[in-house]
Design a protein around this ligand. Structure first.
Ligand code: GUN
Length: 281
């Protein structure tokens, strides 16, 4: 039976550390971080995420400004709002909840956010800085995975790390962060030959494949650490990940559950980026 990596507990620890840091910032009279959150339309999942982000700001004691725009908002209107927030000295971080409606070009929106306020870490400047080891905002989910590993006492240096998935938001930054921690990294994707064989070499397996319960024990080396980035709602209403948990936990030494694994870490790391925004550049 694997040890469970408790993302809820670890994310709470991080939020409490940040809360103490913000108290320090306030007591010294320094600039208090403030996150602007923009949601276009009313996708129910986005509404839940946005509400959780605002609650997290409140918890750690930083400001937040909320912009709930109607579905029909034009791209120019959204770009103008981003420009205003880029120029607003009170706002230290800007987040546009994704996905945006189809008539809006997501890449254009991401590129319009001032990299100094890009707390999601999605801007090409942030991604490029990560790649060459310069200071910049880290993409929240992969940064959260590194924290889960470190705070669970999992050594990354020298380990064979396999990442399944090559998205800009998870797979690619995840691979670079593991490399930065001196892991030996392999990235797998839909064209990978013999996925199972590659996965079975992993000491640390990070799964961000987007297919419910696809990775079972037959993909996992005995004693491997398994991190499940996926989240899906099953027909019975329950949540599951990309990993078949019941099967995988018999092979793994450490495993993240879904829910309560990687998910809560994304918001904790967003809050970390928000607090760092005032001192990063
Ligand atoms: N939609 C789903 N996850 C995220 C995220 O981490 N940031 C933003 N901006 N949108 C999302």
């Amino acid at each position: 039976m694997a040890n469970i990596i408790d993302g809820k507990k670890i994310s709470q620890e991080i939020k409490d550390e940040l809360k103490a840091e913000v108290e320090g910032i306030k007591s010294r009279g320094e600039k208090v971080p403030c996150l602007a959150v923009i949601q276009v339309g009313n996708d129910p999942a986005s509404t839940v995420y946005v509400s959780n982000k605002k609650k997290a700001c409140e918890y750690i004691g930083i400001g937040s400004k909320s912009f709930e725009l109607k579905e029909e908002t034009t791209q120019d209107e959204l770009l103008n709002l981003i420009d205003d927030l880029n120029n607003d000295d009170e706002v230290t971080g800007i987040l546009v909840q994704l996905p945006v409606p189809k008539h809006i070009d997501e890449d254009l929106i991401i590129r319009r956010i001032d990299p100094k306020k890009d707390v999601d870490g999605f801007h090409p400047m942030s991604v490029g800085a990560l790649l060459i080891g310069e200071k910049g905002f880290l993409s929240c989910t992969p940064a959260g995975v590194i924290q889960l590993l470190k705070r669970s006492g999992v050594e990354i240096a020298g380990k064979d790390c396999v990442v399944i998935g090559r998205s800009n938001i998870v797979g690619k930054p995840m691979s670079v962060l593991l490399l930065r921690e001196n892991g030996t990294v392999t990235i797998c994707h839909s064209k990978t030959k013999d996925l199972k064989e590659v996965c079975k070499r992993a000491d640390i397996l990070v799964v961000a494949i987007g297919k419910p319960k696809m990775i079972d024990a037959s993909y996992i080396k005995e004693g491997a650490v398994v991190i499940d980035v996926g989240i899906h709602r099953m027909e019975n209403g329950k949540l599951c990940g990309d990993v078949d948990y019941e099967s995988a936990e018999k092979q793994a030494s450490f495993i993240t559950p879904v829910p309560g694994g990687v998910g809560p870490m994304t918001i904790a790391m967003l809050m970390k980026n928000c607090v760092e925004a005032t001192k990063l550049f």
